[in-house]
Every structure is written in structure tokens, then in C-alpha cells.
Design a protein. Structure first.
Lengths: 486, 484
């Protein structure tokens, strides 16, 4: 059961092959047995999951089953979940039980899905390896000495290891696509504004976006159907109709114009990854697509611009963690300043503190114009690069990450870690959607192909990814770790 | 040396919306602590603000009322600082692109003159909560009911030159916002607070002196007193060869002084940047035009109309237009009696006196505008005289009778205009006052005019105040002169 995709599981539930309770029990057992090693979950909500499974089975018996009824999934621990600890991977929120549900959580529950729990992540979504978690690093199911990527590392690893068929992630600079690539699964970052951010603990508000992580593009489409749409509680969510994202999955790719940004194939790209990606692109040519080189000339400014804008927003977003109303509070503060200083020093990890400091600095009087304002100008140029490219081609393709998953502990220097996101970060700055699909392996570690489209081109991206998965079997490979001997 | 005072005001007006500026929680005053703070007001992880359209409409109405530019686009910024009653660690405000651009407020001064005070801009922002230091030993309580209440901060140019002008400006703002109904203007409950920027400079000097900002002054009287103290402090300092330092000060009404809170060096760097959770506010012309068309008549227009169309004096027009309630009451009285001057006299005289004695607001007057208007009507049509009218007013005030006519009937106050009846009363008074008649007869004719008062008084007394005084006067003179 744990090898099946969401749509296969849906068929199994519909035909009565198994019940939701049986399915959930099976997966809870796997989590119990495998996750001690993997560390992909922070909280497993077994009782609530079994209750929800029973309700789903009852609904199905009563003929009220929807697209996701009884289907299991997991939520990155950044989505506020009523009555459940929601930590954002931080000591700061180790004791925080959310009194409300995030919009995404609400919608997934309303669609009948069953959450098994909350997945591990880099603290406040800041990181590219899941090593910045208060709850310890997550291991990559393909190689337990490798990182799963980040920040949605727990979600990616849980899906890859067959603990859940799908999970929700968030992507601020690549946090869905890069771990999806590292763990050999499919991850979609929708257009900024496509999915409500209400109840998603904010890292960088103008960049954060929730999206699905699953085995296939088809499953991502099913999940996007459930979570996309305007939300009156999020002013930045876009009032635009939600198509059925599964409708165009099989559309033929003949005539598709693919652009390869030359900046995505240059220095810093692992040659073996380059070869793998080129081979994947050849598959599209056999499907009738044409390929040409394009340029995104401001690509090399993306990381510096991101590391001004994201920390600036983060420094402000994380001010609410002050020990006054919720979350960690230091023992016996002697006065207000002591309360703030010790609470925040103890509650936040190193990377979070680093970004708060960077952000506080770049917003300071005398530096604002040179950093924040300039970065926003750069951001507009980067967005324009993409818009210009999409005048010439339908989609852009390239690697999701310059290397396959690296070893745990390999990147101790923050800047070398930041450079991991070179191919994903500009996408968030531009607000466009991107998807990472499994495209092969290098030394036993998965490689992801990234496909980018213009704003609200999710249907197209899912179609392109789905046709690729019809023609290849990379997404069907399972790590040895997932094969239980028991 | 002669010193000139320069004053600018930042007035924070709490807008009378039902719910908060970025959440659905109620804004009602006086609830139990933290019962009117929802997840958004508490700044819980993951929550997002949604702008309250009513607050936008109110801000625009204010802008239109002061003839300000209304920019098409305004933008919310975050003002970052830590404080326990500021849940998110930042206040959402408008730093660079406020909703209301430059405008003008006309103030009226005691000498009847008016002066124009320029408004630099007005912006929307959220209020913080309240820190409660008294009730908790060695700890501070935080009440977030007020957190997220919409405020319109109105920033003036440094155009005021005295404490009186500052108070007049504050009153003018108060009057505009209450006329518009966008605030209850209740200063005691904190619905209007102001920060006062004060500096002094030698008379004739163009450059401004260094200013001090006095925070959170919350009454008209305190504004005047705080400025008076601060001006004196600054002048003394300068005359002793010292220097005013730029700082934030606090007014202590109990000691009647201002005290230093923090200097410029200690000032926060608020790290303003555009709030990424809120879209820019874009106002289309039709929306602004619609608000313009539905604006009520404003104090300045009303004052001008009272003066020009109703023929009231500048003073009367100003007093009667000071609040919307006052103006509405006055106009209802005027409509009921048909005489603006009489209505003005009664509202400012008998009615205001009675209200002041009992500490009532005009909207709580036991005598309705219609009752008062009808009463005045009975004076105008000679049914009663002025003295009786005051009796009728008192009766109405105490709820004795539904209207003037009922009281007049019940108390028999109808004026006697029957010549024969008056004749008879006069004859009796003359017959009963031989000594006074003799004095009158012996007096020089030019002194007799004053002496007639005694006889008028006796006749009025005899009539229990109901005789028509003019008639009594004329008939008496005739009869007494006939005796001479």
C-alpha cells in the first residue's frame, strides 16, 4: 500500500480493496518502525488520524466521498494545526499548540484527507539541508549519510521513504523543489498568491508559498485542486478561478517550446547532474517538444537580492517571538530587556539568528536604500528576465540543484549552503511557479529536473511533468530503506 | 528678548469602526481585558492582516473634509520595535505613502478671527494594546483589547503660535471628526490623543528652534498647560545660555510639568519597510467622489451659513456650530419657532445654563428641541411674555407637561392683553398707592420715566406675571400723566 500514489490509493479505497483505517494503520506502523532512523516527523498524530480515517470510511460508506477522502498525507510543521503542536522546527515554539488551523490545513481536512502528523523542517524554513532543526537533522532515505534537502526536508523524506504518499511543503527560495529533487519525488511551488498563506508561519512573506510534494505530478495536481484559491484572510492570495489541475495532464507536448537558461548550466553545476538533466530534456524532444537556449541575465544577482529581502522580512516576522504571549520564555527574567534577550537567544537557532541580524541591519537607517531598496530593484529585473523568456518559450528547464544531495555536515559555511539554491531562488523573487521531477541518479542519489512556467501556468507545468513521468520511470524508483525486511 | 512659540500637533483619532483595522474583533471600549483580541490581534504565528474597508472610507472622508489631496495609492509599512503591548513586534502604519495628503484646517480664535493651519498628511495605523502596571506586584499586565484599533494620525505643519491656537486646532479636529461621525471624539477614553511638538525662537527669526515632543496629551486643557509649561521651560533654558535638546517628553498633569522620556540618541530606529502582507490601497476616483458627495455639512460651512443666511453674530455662529449635536439641536429649535436669533438666544442662554448646572450634554437635554421651539413660538406670537416663558421652560425641564401649550394652560400663564382687564388692575394699583402717585406728580417730567417702573411691577404682580408688559407700560403712562 505504501508504494502507491494518491490516485492509486483513491482507487483502492473506492473499490473497497482496503479502508482508510487499514491504510492509515499500515502507514502509522511504518512511521513507528522507520522514522526513528529517518527523523522526518516532529509530531505523529496517530489518534486524530485514526479518527479522521474512520470518519472518512463512514463518509465513503454514505456515498459522500470526495477526491481526497480517506487519503493520508503529512504537513510540514510550519502549518498551524488546531490542537496540535506547531513548532516550525524551533525550540521557540516547542510548546506551542496552535489554537487554529491554517487555511491549507482546513482545506485539506475539508476535502477529506487524513493528516498523519507534522514533518521536520529547517527552523522557520531557513535552510537547505534540514540540518537547522531543533529536532535534529532528517536523513535522506536514498542514503542515510546524505541530507534530504530543506527546508521541507521532513516532508520530502517521508514521501520518499513511503511513510506517506504525499506531504505539504512550503517554498521561499527552493524549499519544496530542492528537497523533492534530493529525495527523488515531485514537488510543486505554485505561483505566489495561488495558495493562501493564512496560518503558515511566516518566514519571508513576499516569497513564501505552500505547495504539494508527492510521488507524481498527477498527485500534485490532485492536492493543488484542494488547496488553491482565493482566501479572504490572506490579502496576497489572488482572486482567480481555480481550474481542475488534473484536466490537462495528458495533453500532448508536441510543439512545446522549451527554453534552457544558459545561466543554469554554467559554472558550479556538477557535470554528472548536467548530463542527467540533458538526458531528461532529450525525452521531451522525443515527445515533440523543441529546445532552445535562452538567457536570464540577472540570475547571478538572485542570491544576493534574496539574502537581503528574505532576512529583512524575517527579522520583522520573527519579532513576535518575544516570550510575552506564547512560545519559549526564559526562566526568571530580571527585567524586560533580559526577557527579550534571553528568550530570543535561547529560543532561536544559529541560522535564524544570523538572518534576523542580517535583516535588521539591511533595514536600518542609512542602509535601507543601499540594501533593501536596491534588492527590490534587482527583484523587478529578475522578474522581467523571466517574463522576457516566456515571450519566447512555454517553459524553462534546468537542474533543481547544482549537485545531488550532499553529505550531512558537509556544508558548514553558510554561504556555500546559500549557493545551493542558485537555480530555485530567482523563481520566488519573480513569483512564478516551478516543479521538480525525478530525472535520474548520480552515485545513487536522485537528481531533479526543474520546470518553470509563467505566472499561473501550474496546469502547464503539471502537464509537462506528467507526460515526462508517463515516458520515464524515475519517479517509480524506491530507496532500499523503504523496503522493510520485517 | 521676545520669543515666538512654534507648535505642531500629531493628533491620533480612534476611528469609530465596528471591528479592528486588520481583524474582525470588536473595538468596543471597556470590555474585560483580552476578551476582544482575536488570533490576529494577538499576533499568533501564521496570522495575516486584512484591511477594514470602513477605516479607509473614514480616513478619506476626513481628507475630503480638510480639502486634502487623496492620493490614488497608499501603502502600509511596518514600524518595528519591541514592546510587550505591541504583539507583533511591529506596528502597521503608513510611513511613506499616507492615505491623506496635504490639507487645511480652519480654526477660530477667541477674538473671532480665523486662521488656517496646514495639515502635512494623515495616515492610518493600528493602535497598540495597554500595559497595566498597577494591579500586579512587580509585574506588568498586558491588555490587548485595544490592539489593532484603527487610528488616523493627523500631522499638522508647525503653524500654531500659541497654546490657545493649539487648543483651537485640536477642537477644530475634534469637531470635524465628530461631525463626520468617524470618531466619538471621547478624549477621556483615549479616542483622541495628541503628541505636541513645541519649540521657541527669537521673534523675527525664520529658522525653527530645537523642538521637544510631548507625548500622549489627552485633553484640550492639558494641551494648553503642557505647552505653557514647555514654552516657559525652553525660554528659561535659552535665556540662561543653555540649549534645548531634541527629545521626547511626558506631561504630568498632577505636577503640571513635562519630564524627559528619551533623547534623540536613545530614539529607536524603527526600520520601516512596506508590509508584505498587505497590498497597496488603490482608491479609484468614483469611490472618492462617492464619499465626497455623501459628506455631511462641516463645521466651517455650517458656521458660515449660520452667519450669512441666518444673520447670527460670528460668536453665536461659532458656538452653535461647535458640535454636530449642538448645531442639530439649534437648527431643530429654529425650524420649530421660525426665528433663528431667538432660537440662538434660548439655546445659548436658558438651555445651556440648565445643561451646565446639571452637567448634561445637549443630546441628553430633558427639553427637546421641538419643545423649546414651540415655547419660543408662544413668545413670538405674544401668547406668553418672556418671564412666563422661563417658568414654562423650567416646567418642561422637570417634565411637568408635554409641551409649552399644556404648561401654559395648566399654570394659567397666558398673557393678558384684554385692555379692560389691564385697565382695572391699573386703576386698583393707582388707588392703592397714593404716596407713590403724589411723588410721581411732584417729580420733574423727565424723571417720571424711571418712577413708572414701580407701578409696572405692581400691575405685573397683580396679574401674576401674565399681563402684557408693553401694554401695561403704555396704559400706566397714559393714566398717571392724566393725573398730573
Amino acid at each position: 500500500m505504501h508504494d502507491k500514489t494518491l490516485s492509486e490509493l483513491a482507487a483502492g479505497l473506492a473499490s473497497g480493496e482496503f479502508t482508510s483505517r487499514e491504510l492509515i494503520q499500515h502507514l502509522l506502523g511504518r512511521i513507528e518502525r522507520l522514522d526513528g532512523e529517518l527523523n522526518s516527523f516532529i509530531t505523529v498524530t496517530s489518534d486524530a488520524a485514526l479518527d479522521a480515517a474512520d470518519r472518512a470510511d463512514a463518509a465513503r460508506a454514505a456515498g459522500r466521498a470526495g477526491a481526497l477522502t480517506g487519503l493520508p498525507l503529512a504537513l510540514k510543521d510550519i502549518f498551524c494545526t488546531q490542537g496540535v503542536k506547531t513548532s516550525a522546527g524551533s525550540r521557540m515554539l516547542d510548546d506551542f499548540v496552535s489554537p487554529y488551523d491554517a487555511s491549507v490545513v482546513e482545506k485539506l481536512a475539508a476535502a477529506g484527507s487524513v493528516s498523519l502528523g507534522k514533518t521536520n523542517m529547517d527552523e522557520f524554513a531557513m535552510g537547505s539541508s534540514n540540518e537547522n532543526s531543533h529536532y535534529g537533522p532528517v536523513k535522506n532515505p536514498w542514503d542515510l549519510t546524505a541530507v534530504p534537502g530543506g527546508s521541507s526536508g521532513g516532508s520530502a523524506a517521508a514521501v520518499a521513504a513511503g511513510l506517506v504518499p504525499a506531504a505539504m511543503g512550503t517554498d521561499t527560495g527552493g524549499s519544496i523543489r530542492q528537497p523533492a529533487a534530493f529525495c527523488g519525488i515531485t514537488g510543486l511551488k505554485p505561483t505566489y498568491g495561488r495558495v493562501s498563506r493564512y496560518g503558515m508561519i511566516a518566514y519571508a512573506s513576499s516569497l513564501d508559498q505552500a505547495g504539494p510534494m508527492a510521488r507524481t505530478a498527477e498527485d500534485c495536481a490532485l492536492l493543488l485542486n484542494a488547496i488553491a484559491g482565493h482566501d479572504l484572510r490572506d490579502s496576497t492570495s489572488v482572486a482567480r478561478g481555480v481550474p481542475d489541475y488534473t484536466a490537462e495532464l495528458d495533453a500532448p507536448l508536441a510543439g512545446l517550446k522549451i527554453g534552457l537558461p544558459k545561466e543554469y548550466f554554467g559554472e558550479g553545476l556538477d557535470p554528472a547532474v548536467a548530463t542527467t538533466v540533458h538526458e531528461a530534456i532529450e525525452v521531451f524532444e522525443t515527445l515533440g517538444a523543441s529546445v532552445r537556449e535562452v538567457s536570464l541575465p540577472h540570475t547571478h544577482y538572485a542570491i544576493p537580492a534574496y539574502y537581503v529581502i528574505a532576512p529583512a522580512e524575517a527579522s520583522s516576522n520573527l519579532s513576535r517571538f518575544d516570550g510575552v504571549r506564547f512560545g519559549h520564555r526564559c526562566d526568571d527574567p530580571k527585567d524586560l530587556i533580559d526577557l527579550y534577550e534571553r528568550t530570543r537567544s535561547e529560543g532561536f537557532g544559529e541560522e535564524v539568528k544570523r538572518r534576523i541580524l542580517i535583516g535588521t541591519h539591511t533595514l536600518s537607517e542609512g542602509f535601507f536604500d543601499a540594501y533593501y531598496k536596491k534588492a527590490q530593484q534587482v527583484r523587478r529585473l529578475i522578474r522581467q528576465d523571466f517574463l522576457d523568456a516566456f515571450e519566447q518559450v512555454d517553459v524553462l528547464m534546468g537542474p533543481a540543484s547544482p549537485t545531488p544531495a550532499f553529505d550531512l555536515g558537509a556544508k558548514s559555511d553558510p554561504v556555500s549552503m546559500y549557493l545551493q539554491d542558485i537555480y530555485t531562488i530567482a523563481v520566488n523573487l519573480a513569483g512564478i511557479p516551478g516543479i521538480s521531477v525525478p530525472a535520474g541518479f548520480v552515485d545513487g542519489r536522485p537528481v531533479g529536473l526543474q520546470v518553470l512556467g509563467t505566472h499561473f501556468a501550474e496546469e502547464r507545468l503539471l502537464n509537462v511533468a506528467h507526460r515526462f513521468q508517463q515516458a520515464t520511470d524515475w519517479h517509480l524508483r524506491r530507496p532500499a530503506f523503504a523496503e522493510e525486511n520485517a | 528678548m521676545q520669543w515666538e512659540t512654534v507648535i505642531g500637533l500629531e493628533v491620533h483619532v480612534q476611528l469609530a469602526t465596528q471591528s479592528k483595522i486588520f481583524s474582525g474583533a470588536s473595538t468596543a471600549f471597556g470590555a474585560e481585558p483580552n476578551t476582544q483580541a482575536c488570533a490576529v490581534d494577538l499576533g499568533l504565528p501564521g496570522v495575516l492582516p486584512v484591511l477594514n474597508e470602513a477605516a479607509v472610507a473614514m480616513a478619506v472622508q476626513f481628507g475630503l473634509a480638510i480639502h486634502a489631496e487623496i492620493p490614488e495609492v497608499s501603502i502600509f509599512d511596518r514600524k518595528n520595535y519591541f514592546y510587550p503591548d505591541l504583539p507583533k513586534g511591529y506596528q502597521t502604519s503608513q510611513m511613506y505613502h499616507p492615505i491623506v495628503g496635504p490639507g487645511v484646517v480652519e480654526i477660530s480664535l477667541d477674538d473671532g478671527d480665523t486662521k488656517r493651519v496646514r495639515v502635512h498628511h494623515a495616515h492610518l495605523e493600528e493602535d497598540a494594546g495597554k500595559s497595566l502596571h498597577e494591579d500586579f506586584h512587580g509585574m506588568t499586565g498586558v491588555d490587548l483589547n485595544r490592539a489593532g484599533t484603527p487610528l488616523l494620525e493627523i500631522v499638522s505643519e508647525p503653524d500654531m503660535r500659541s497654546a490657545k491656537e493649539a487648543a483651537a486646532y485640536l477642537k477644530a479636529i475634534h469637531s470635524i471628526v465628530t461631525y463626520l461621525g468617524i470618531s466619538d471624539g471621547n478624549m477621556a477614553e483615549g479616542s483622541m490623543r495628541c503628541d505636541v511638538n513645541v519649540s521657541v525662537r527669537p521673534q523675527g527669526q525664520e529658522a525653527f528652534g530645537t523642538r521637544a515632543e510631548i507625548k500622549n496629551v489627552n485633553s484640550f486643557r492639558f494641551v494648553e498647560r503642557a505647552i505653557a509649561f514647555e514654552v516657559e521651560r525652553q525660554i528659561e533654558l535659552l535665556e540662561d545660555g543653555g540649549e534645548v535638546i531634541q527629545e521626547t517628553r511626558l506631561f504630568d498633569p498632577e505636577r503640571d510639568e513635562t519630564r524627559s522620556m528619551r533623547t534623540k540618541e536613545q530614539a529607536n530606529d524603527y526600520r520601516y519597510f512596506p508590509c508584505p502582507d498587505l497590498l497597496p490601497v488603490v482608491l479609484d476616483r468614483a469611490y472618492v467622489d462617492h464619499l465626497r458627495e455623501t459628506l455631511p455639512e462641516l463645521p466651517a460651512d455650517k458656521r458660515a451659513r449660520f452667519q450669512n443666511e441666518l444673520g447670527l453674530s460670528a460668536y453665536d455662529a461659532s458656538v452653535l456650530s461647535a458640535t454636530r449635536e449642538m448645531a442639530d439641536y439649534f437648527e431643530a429649535v429654529k425650524d420649530a419657532c421660525g426665528d433663528a436669533k431667538q432660537a440662538a438666544n434660548w439655546v445659548q442662554g436658558e438651555l445651556s445654563g440648565a445643561l451646565n448646572r446639571e452637567g448634561l450634554a445637549i443630546q441628553d437635554s430633558p427639553v427637546s428641541a421641538r419643545q423649546l421651539g414651540e415655547l419660543i413660538g408662544r413668545v413670538i406670537d405674544d401668547t406668553i411674555n418672556g418671564k412666563a416663558a422661563k417658568q414654562v421652560f423650567q416646567a418642561l425641564w422637570h417634565g411637568e407637561g408635554e409641551n409649552a401649550d399644556a404648561v401654559i394652560e395648566a399654570k394659567g400663564l397666558k398673557q393678558v392683553t384684554d385692555t379692560a382687564a389691564i385697565d382695572a388692575m391699573i386703576d386698583r394699583v393707582i388707588a392703592d398707592s397714593p404716596a407713590q402717585v403724589a411723588q410721581y406728580r411732584d417729580a420733574e417730567p423727565e424723571k417720571r420715566g424711571k418712577m413708572i417702573g414701580y407701578f409696572v411691577g405692581q400691575v405685573m404682580k397683580a396679574s401674576r406675571g401674565t399681563a402684557n408688559p408693553q401694554q401695561v407700560n403704555a396704559l400706566l403712562k397714559e393714566k398717571l400723566d392724566a393725573l398730573c
